[in-house]
Design a protein around this ligand. Structure first.
Ligand SMILES: [Fe+2]
Length: 233
């Protein structure tokens, strides 16, 4: 499918420097929302203004700033608000289904549970789900694959520009993070575009090649060094 088909928007929203993404097909005018925790009305309005029909949501992981819920005494609207507005499937990693339903206060029947390697299609656009445990047990990244263009990786809180997600939270696993970074994400081609879950750096996007060269968390090639680097050794 020609590259002209891909619809892709990166939107900085909310109080915690999150990115929400819209990924879809210009041909079919269908799009998926990635991590729609903040300003759900605004995101749906924006898709509508682009003449795109939101047909589903993808969830990188179950933290409140990505799916909604209560945090620090503050309620983030998230998936519950989204499902009030539109009846669409929510794609989650299987290990995180119960957590997503409980934290976002939605029904498990609204979820489609996936394994790593599954592909979600939106129009002719294919999105490969990559299971990258470490920040949380069911963290997943989304690789938007195109035949004639570099892939685009939406990495949630697994990989940031110049850093990686925290591994000192409940459910975190520093060793799993090491393997997700080294054995999974580092294998992606250098030209793959990287789109993180937060704007924690000057730029909002990078390439895997640049990150492999400059990101200290990707440059560590030894588990023991990584663990001590993360304060977990
Ligand atoms: Fe997170």
């Amino acid at each position: 499918m020609s590259t002209d088909d891909l619809y892709f928007r990166q939107l900085a929203v909310g109080d915690m420097a999150n990115f929400v993404y819209l990924v879809g097909s210009k041909r079919t005018r269908e799009a998926l929302l990635v991590d729609p925790a903040w300003d759900v009305d605004g995101m749906l309005d924006l898709a509508a203004a682009d003449d795109m029909n939101v047909v589903g949501a993808l969830v990188t992981h179950y933290h409140q700033d990505h799916i909604g819920g209560e945090i620090f005494g503050h309620k983030i609207e998230g998936l519950a608000k989204l499902l009030d507005r539109v009846s669409i499937p929510i794609h989650v990693q299987r290990e995180e289904a119960a957590g997503v339903a409980g934290i976002a206060d939605i029904s498990r029947s609204d979820l489609i549970e996936h394994d790593g390697g599954d592909v979600v299609e939106v129009g002719d656009i294919q999105i490969r789900l990559i299971h990258t445990p470490g920040h949380t047990p069911g963290s997943q990244c989304f690789l938007v694959e195109q035949a004639d263009q570099p892939g685009q990786l939406v990495s949630g809180d697994t990989l940031f520009l110049g850093s990686c997600g925290r591994v000192d939270l409940p459910g975190s696993d520093p060793e799993a993070m090491y393997h997700s970074l080294n054995d999974t994400l580092k294998k992606l081609p250098d030209e793959t575009l990287l789109f993180p879950g937060h704007l924690y750096s000057a730029e909002g996007q990078s390439t895997m090649g640049e990150q492999k060269q400059t990101n200290p968390f990707l440059r560590v090639t030894n588990l023991e060094t990584f663990l001590s680097f993360m304060g977990a050794g």
